[in-house]
Ligand binder design. Structure first.
Ligand code: 2P0
Length: 323
């Protein structure tokens, strides 16, 4: 049985940074994101009698990525065993292609584990709801829980495996413009950076407290269809995340000088009446949110800083084909 799934990255407007449970990947606070319509990951899972294998972008994946894939497949096999399925003992051949940059702050682990969750669940014969697929994807990478969802998602932090999942949220019309200032893989992974922040950043508790409050404000701004407030909250929360990260010992800094130049350019756009707001994940690339009609003007203003892409809200992870 071959199952193929496709998932897109998502960019958080309210960020996830920090785990309450490292094994179950329960976050310290909820988050909210837009699923993108480009940079998809397409993943094929085929059950096999030989050992698990993982091919990424045409080559055999490294030991770390292969190990994470096998640990994830073990979760799927456990679900299959619980459901009394014969597939529970099968290994899997996983083949994945990323259309976007890998591990450079464009959420390739989100699209990767969302696609793997959907393809593997199908290949092993599990019939899971979107909520349960979101919970499963979360076990691979926290942000992957949000890539199950069409357009905009809120990931409820929850306090257990059952209660930590993403679901859809209506949000104001918007586009995103990404500025890839550096497509190389980052030096400190999100996973390691989160642990370092928890262990050594003196502002960690304040970050947790403010993120709970920020998510409530974001949900209210979305309910009011208030693009301006959504943008303001997004930019402030991104700065707060980078602040708590930079306060680690030894310091971690994901943003580069050119990233700050892009933030300055976005502030200048606002002064010129072009309404845009910026955010950045665990890497130097910056993502700008704006109204859909302004996307071309925003893209033109930042083209000098790096490779620019424009995104609309995209689809949640889904099966492409099964045979
Ligand atoms: C986010 N990031 O909300 C935040 C903002 C990066 C910065 O989710 O350890 O790759 O696999 O759960 O999901 C990156 O974290 O981390 C992330 P794990 P993940 O998008």
């Amino acid at each position: 049985m071959v199952s193929i799934a496709r998932a897109h990255p998502n960019i958080a407007l309210v960020k996830y940074w920090g785990k309450a449970d490292d094994e179950l990947i329960i976050p310290v606070a909820g988050s909210m994101s837009m699923t993108l319509d480009k940079f998809a990951t397409t993943t094929t899972v085929e059950l096999t009698a030989s050992a698990d294998s993982f091919e990424l972008n045409g080559s055999r994946a490294d030991a770390k990525a292969t190990g994470r894939t096998t640990v994830f497949l073990d979760l799927v096999r456990r679900l299959a065993a619980d459901a009394g399925l014969e597939t529970a003992t099968a290994s899997a051949k996983v083949t994945s292609v990323n259309e976007g940059p890998t591990a450079a702050g464009m959420a390739s682990s989100a699209s990767g584990f969302a696609a793997l969750a959907v393809a593997a669940a199908d290949a092993y014969g599990l019939k899971l709801s979107t909520k349960d697929l979101s919970r499963l994807a979360r076990r691979g990478s926290g942000s992957a829980s949000r890539s199950l969802i069409d357009r905009f998602a809120v990931w409820h932090a929850g306090t257990s495996d059952e209660t930590s999942f993403a679901e859809a949220l209506a949000a104001p019309e918007m586009a995103m413009v990404s500025v890839t200032v550096n497509a190389k893989a980052k030096k400190v992974s999100s996973r390691d950076g989160m642990v370092a922040t928890r262990e050594t950043s003196p502002y960690y508790q304040a970050w947790i407290d403010v993120t709970h409050k920020t998510l409530d404000e974001m949900i209210a701004a979305c309910a009011a269809d208030d693009f301006t407030r959504v943008g303001e909250i997004t930019e402030t929360h991104a700065h707060r995340m980078h602040a708590v990260i930079q306060a680690t010992e030894p310091p971690i800094r994901y943003l580069a000088p050119v990233s700050w130049q892009v933030f300055d350019e976005v502030a200048a756009m606002r002064e010129d009446g072009l309404e845009a707001y910026a955010t950045a994940d665990a890497g130097p690339n910056v993502v700008i949110i704006c109204r859909p009609d302004d996307a071309a003007a925003v893209a033109a203003r930042v083209a000098a800083y790096g490779a620019v892409e424009t995104f609309a809200p995209g689809p949640g992870a889904h099966l492409v084909d099964t045979a």
